[in-house]
Design a binder for this molecule. Structure first.
Ligand code: NAI
Length: 418
């Protein structure tokens, strides 16, 4: 089998974890059962660049059940679960190229290994495959019918490519489905970011001042969870609407310069670069903890912090102490990479169930409809999004009301007042 993983002997531990996650992914399971019967992906090659976690493993199983040849590489060098990678190769016949902690060159070599298979559909989390297929891997772009994108940062990159008319094939923005960002970004990132911080530090959130940079989908979730655990939460923003929303949701809103001297824990979730930088680091308290849960490791300016540090020392696994000339030590979690995936296991399976239902149905949609699609970024079709929401409710045993004919008429009329 074509693959590059840490250790195939980890497969049985990985399989156990994959099956544990599968218990909480009933929507994806339902799709997998249909795919197994209908084989809608038969004869197609799917190249995925996603976090190599147990939830992703169940997505890979689903695509394979649909008849596809499936290749997977990591969308972050620190998020790979080596046991999951091993089980995918050994138990499920998926070609995996991912090793936890791989260096930058290996990371890109693994992306090349996936795209050189000649993919018909690409699946990205952060648009690294698309960007490689538009630069040094351009010769492999011709076979691609379409792709999907999992995260906010990737969708932003792809929209810029569409705007500059350089996008070579259509993309479905899975992130923008309601059944994705309302739940995965908010509840998934919210909970798993706290999980990552706690596993790395074992700090007490109650009574701590927690600074959340960015009050988007992820930031909202994180701010609410931190408050729920007794943290004094401060939000920083650049968008006036979001700042106003944070304020009316009951959070204290401050510029980072004002938050820097009072925070105990700082987490960036903006998708932006250098959100916390030299001017902020130099004001922080001794013992301040800084982490990032945004897609790329650019939100904390660790180059500047490294230059400011007179001493660097690992305090615990994934916790690096950086002592400044003023004698204070700032602790950086997981090298500034996605803390929820580097220090914990990423989002719970229950929420990834919907995200990956969107991914699998979008792959099927691309294969069925690629001739009609242009080189643009498309939303997930509304009916697909709604179908996933309905199925999720059904699997959770939640029933809702349906509109009566009178209500349908009322809601579509303009002449029926009081
Ligand atoms: P969003 O667009 O809903 O929110 C981002 C917010 O950050 C916006 O309100 C924006 O105004 C604010 N912002 C931008 N620059 C800022 C700055 N310098 N200071 C303060 N606020 C600033 O995006 P969403 O969906 O919340 O995603 C945020 C990031 O998290 C993205 O990079 C996304 O790809 C990533 N993400 C990470 C996940 C994880 O597992 N850790 C899961 C889902 C998304």
């Amino acid at each position: 089998m074509n693959c590059d993983i840490h250790d195939p002997k980890l497969a049985s531990a990985g399989r156990q974890r994959i099956l544990w996650a599968d218990r909480n992914m009933p929507v994806l399971k339902r799709i997998r059962e249909r795919f197994d019967k209908e084989k809608p992906l038969d004869g197609y090659t799917i190249g995925a660049c996603l976090h190599v976690t147990t939830e992703t493993a169940n997505l890979m199983r689903t695509l394979k059940a649909g008849g596809a040849r499936v290749l997977l590489c990591a969308s972050n060098p620190l998020s790979t679960q080596d046991s999951t990678a091993a089980s995918l190769v050994e138990d499920y016949g998926i070609e995996v190229f991912a090793i936890r902690g791989e260096d930058r060159d290996t990371y890109y070599k693994h992306i090349q290994s996936v795209i050189s298979a000649g993919c018909h559909v690409t699946m990205d989390d952060g648009a690294d495959v698309v960007s490689t297929l538009h630069s040094d891997g351009a010769k492999y772009a011709a076979s691609v019918l379409g792709g999907t994108e999992e995260t906010t940062t990737g969708v932003i990159r792809l929209r810029s490519m569409e705007k500059d008319s350089v996008l070579k094939y259509p993309i479905i923005a899975v992130n923008d489905a309601i059944t994705k960002h309302f739940f995965d970004n908010r509840y998934g990132t919210g909970q798993s970011t706290i999980d990552g911080v706690l596993r790395a530090t074992n700090m007490l959130i109650a009574g701590s001042t927690v600074v959340v940079a960015g009050y988007g989908w992820c930031g909202r979730g994180l701010a609410y969870k931190a408050r729920g655990m007794g943290g004094h939460v401060i939000v920083t923003e650049v968008d006036p609407f979001r700042a106003l929303e944070a304020s009316m949701d009951g959070f204290r809103v401050l510029p980072m310069k004002a938050a820097a001297p009072i925070g105990d824990l700082f987490v960036t979730v903006t998708g932006d670069c250098s959100v916390i930088r030299k001017e902020h680091f130099e004001m922080m308290k001794d013992g301040a903890v800084v982490a990032n849960s945004g897609h790329f490791d650019v939100e904390l300016d660790l180059v500047q912090l490294g230059e400011m540090a007179v001493k660097r020392e690992m305090a615990r696994p994934l916790v690096e102490g950086m002592t400044l000339a003023n004698g204070r030590t700032i602790f950086v979690l997981a090298e500034g990479r996605l803390v929820n995936l580097s220090a914990a296991e990423g989002h719970p399976a229950c929420v990834m169930d919907m995200s990956f239902a969107n991914q699998s149905l979008s792959a099927e949609y691309i294969i069925k409809n690629h001739e009609k699609l242009e080189r643009k970024v498309y939303p997930v079709p509304k009916e697909m999004d709604r179908y996933i929401a309905s199925l999720k409710l059904e699997t959770l045993g939640i029933e809702i009301d349906t509109l009566t004919p009178e209500q349908v008429k009322y809601l579509s009329s303009w002449d029926m007042g009081t």
